[in-house]
Design a protein. Structure first.
Length: 404
């Protein structure tokens, strides 16, 4: 679902979305940096990895005659319609990846005669022999810098600013992030395209009660629970959620457990300390990282999906939950309202009392959850990886033609 930052771009983009013929930009050659495509079961296999996978999978499908090179390390067993160029350098280590991006990638772009390089996560090389597009995922390191390690904060702030100013064109997941980039870095909105990520077909309603019961039993899950999915880090605002959940349990006969699913990121220890201090060790469940092929079952098994994040560049989990027919209670901050729209309930992430009230209300009103579920299913249909790929290809074409 594309929403251009600059109204003048609207006509050509909407024509593309309504035209099912393939978009072709060849004979130009485009490289995509896929080194953050994760293969380990950890927080690194999060939104940016899913986005890169979406690019690598769907762009060749939408432009089967296109000439695309996918740059990645040896280890990920990933199959794409694009040609792959692999390196033996251990670029899963951040400092090695930085060296590869700044030193080896410009050399590869020259050797491979690239016309355009797409860097999908904030940073491009300082020197390039071709045109460039960069996806800026979010500016959390600017707005919530205290939640990052000092080295990571410095790296992101310095390189992302330089990249935003030097790149030929920028892509963001949401209008909110596009505005943030424009405001923080003084980038013209004419230089930014907004292309929403999609939701995979695997995220759908599971109608088999037996299948869900078997899944709950295998995973030792309670019959009724609230679910969060995402990296356990301060920006996700989970300590506030835990406190609101504790208040809900104290104020009513609240019968749901709380499941906080995801890999442990940075500065997660205060969250575990909060759970222990509130005496919720038996009520708050930490299953760890959830393999992607299991995620639809987790969403389907939950009574309610919660997402109290302070800031997101997009927020795939609420979209996936809606596609699975699960009611969504989410933050009204940053880009999340662009994803959830009017299909869920949105609450200020700074107001713990409001979260308590929302949890109690939705617990006591199953008819409201059913209504939210139905609206969410319709909302999720508006997002697809094919649309994202087609809009990205159009950004490639217009950048290469110099029309922006």
């Amino acid at each position: 679902m594309y929403r251009p930052v600059c109204p003048g771009l609207c006509t050509s983009m909407m024509h593309t979305m309504n035209d099912n013929t393939p978009i072709t930009i060849h004979p130009h050659r485009v490289g995509i940096n896929a080194h953050l495509l994760a293969d380990e079961e950890s927080y690194r296999q999060a939104g940016v990895s899913r986005y890169i996978q979406g690019l690598a999978t769907h762009i060749p499908l939408q432009d089967p005659e296109g000439d695309y090179l996918l740059y990645l390390r040896d280890r990920p067993a990933f199959v794409s319609g694009a040609r792959t160029v692999r390196t033996r350098m251990p670029t899963h280590q951040p400092w090695v990846r930085v060296l590869w991006e700044q030193l080896a990638e410009p050399w590869r772009a020259r050797v491979d005669s690239l016309d355009l390089l797409h860097s999908p996560v904030n940073v491009q090389p300082f020197s390039l022999p071709c045109k460039s597009i960069v996806t800026i995922t979010d500016l959390s390191f600017e707005m919530f810098g205290e939640t990052f390690r000092a080295s990571q904060r410095w790296y992101q702030r310095f390189f992302t600013r330089q990249t935003a100013l030097r790149a030929d064109h920028l892509i963001t997941y949401s209008l909110r992030t596009a505005r943030d980039v424009s405001n923080w870095y003084g980038v013209s909105q004419h230089k930014i395209s907004v292309t929403n990520p999609g939701v995979d077909e695997a995220y759908r309603v599971v109608n088999s009660g037996d299948e869900l019961a078997t899944f709950r039993s295998r995973r030792k899950l309670p019959e009724h629970f609230i679910l969060f999915v995402g990296t356990l880090e301060p920006r996700k605002n989970l300590s506030l959620l835990v406190k609101a959940y504790a208040e809900a349990k104290h104020s009513t006969q609240f019968g749901w457990k709380l499941v906080l699913a995801g890999g442990t990121g940075w500065l997660a220890q205060p969250l575990f300390a909060t759970v222990e201090a509130l005496g919720l060790n038996d009520d708050v469940i930490f299953p760890g990282f959830i393999p992607e092929d299991e995620l639809p079952l987790w969403y389907n098994a939950a009574e309610l999906f919660v997402y109290p994040s302070l800031y997101e560049g997009f927020g795939l989990p609420p979209l996936e939950a809606m596609a699975c027919g699960t009611a969504v209670l989410a933050s009204d901050a940053s880009s999340i309202p662009e994803v959830v729209g009017g299909a869920g309930m949105l609450v200020d992430p700074r107001l713990g009392d409001a979260w308590t009230e929302a949890l109690v209300f939705l617990y006591q009103h199953p008819e409201r959850r059913k209504e939210m579920s139905e609206r969410g299913l319709q909302r999720a249909k508006e997002f697809s990886w094919d649309n994202m790929a087609r809009e990205t290809i159009l950004a490639y074409r217009t950048t290469l033609s110099g029309s922006r």
